[in-house]
Write a protein that binds this ligand. Structure first.
Ligand SMILES: *Cc1c(COP(=O)(O)O)cnc(C)c1O
Length: 367
């Protein structure tokens, strides 16, 4: 084999293992010729997007020959009004994943290190390694972030800390007060990305609460997404809230048209459809209980989750169970790459999808 291309690639990229997404329905259809497939593997919204988001996109179709608004003016206005920040504090991303990458590109070098937790979201090590920085993994506590361990892991050359709250794939949730105290205790040269991809699913008002901290912490970057509760994963829209200076830096490294025009109008419309969001949350609460009841019946343990997914403990290797579920047309997510070889992560679906997943699990596990 000619390995010249690999030798020419920068060291960090050469060592990367690509992100493993949930298996697409079409792929399983091609492989197994199954027709009735359900996907509970990527924490997507089983109710789909808000109808007003779809209507907004249909209206915008006639403008597709034009470049999108590279400043995202309207979406930023809507976000600013909703969260009581200024548009200058907002950075839009092609999914919130892009924002994680922009922070890494703007602030990291191979001399610097990044702290994140064991069992935390897989994109943190990816964006860290891609720029050649060193990832420091803090040991988890009961599968959740251990903020004491994370604080202790910070060294003189640490520039960035990632916190996912709630975390994926564990669903663990840190109390707001503990997160705030952690950020307050950081050296001013250490940035904190607070990844709130699932914040809408958390009771109370954490989404409004953490925004208030921005006034005190210029090193805080809150990231959120339209992919999960808002059901727009296919469009790729996320945003960050920060101090204006941080947003200015992130805006310098992003592509000028990183959000397409359909995504911009759909996200704006989705944001104002609180009825659809409430339906989404109600479906999620009911489905979460349905899975918990089902796991109890099957004698399985699980990790309490604040998100729209739940990781079940099988007490045996998860991969063969994942494969056997695929054969039954049920796609879930193995989490071996998260250091959880005996868990499977299941996204909460509609009641009938949840029932089918539990039924398939029962057939496999009681044999
Ligand atoms: C899904 C997810 C994201 C980002 O998803 P995007 O589709 O890129 O917005 C970010 N963080 C966590 C923890 C996630 O699970």
């Amino acid at each position: 084999m000619n390995d010249l291309i690999y030798r020419l690639a920068v060291a960090g990229v050469r060592q990367l293992v690509p992100y493993q997404p949930g298996k697409p329905i079409e792929e399983l259809q091609r492989e197994l010729g199954l027709s009735e497939i359900i996907k509970l593997a990527s924490n997507e919204n089983p109710l789909g997007p808000s109808p007003s988001a779809v209507a907004a996109m249909q209206l915008a179709l006639s403008e597709l020959a034009l470049y999108p608004d590279g400043s995202g003016y309207r979406l930023k206005q809507a976000l600013a009004a909703k969260f009581n920040v200024t548009p200058e504090q907002i950075t839009l991303g092609n999914g919130s994943n892009e924002l994680l990458e922009l922070v890494a590109r703007a602030f990291l070098t191979p001399e610097l290190s990044v702290v994140y937790s064991e069992h935390a979201f897989a994109v943190y090590p990816l964006v860290t390694q891609a720029v050649g920085a060193t990832g420091i993994v803090a040991t988890a506590k009961a599968y959740g972030h251990d903020l004491t361990a994370m604080r202790q892991a910070i060294t003189d050359n640490t520039r960035l800390v990632f916190i996912a709250n709630p975390n994926n794939p564990t669903g663990s949730l840190l109390p707001q007060a503990e997160v705030k105290a952690f950020i307050a205790d950081l050296p001013e040269t250490v940035l904190c990305v607070l990844d709130e991809a699932y914040v809408e699913f958390v009771g109370g008002n954490p989404a409004e609460d953490s925004v208030l901290w921005l006034a005190d912490f210029p090193n805080l970057i809150i990231t959120r997404t339209f992919s999960k509760a808002y059901g727009l994963a296919g469009l790729r829209v996320g945003y960050s809230l920060s101090c204006p200076e941080m947003a200015d830096i992130l805006n310098r490294v992003r592509q000028p048209f990183n959000n397409n025009s359909l995504a911009l109008v759909a996200a704006e419309a989705a944001l104002s459809d609180s009825e659809h969001l409430q339906q989404t949350l109600a479906n999620n609460r009911a489905g979460m209980q349905q899975f918990i009841d089902g796991f109890k019946t099957l004698g399985l343990d699980w990790l309490p989750s604040a998100g729209n997914f739940i990781s079940v403990a099988l007490g045996r290797e998860g991969l063969p169970v994942y494969q056997a579920l695929l054969a039954k047309g049920v796609i879930v997510r193995p989490v071996t790459n998260y250091g959880m070889p005996q868990h499977l992560r299941i996204s909460i679906g509609k009641p009938e999808q949840n029932a089918r997943c539990l039924q398939a699990l029962a057939e496999l596990l009681t044999r």
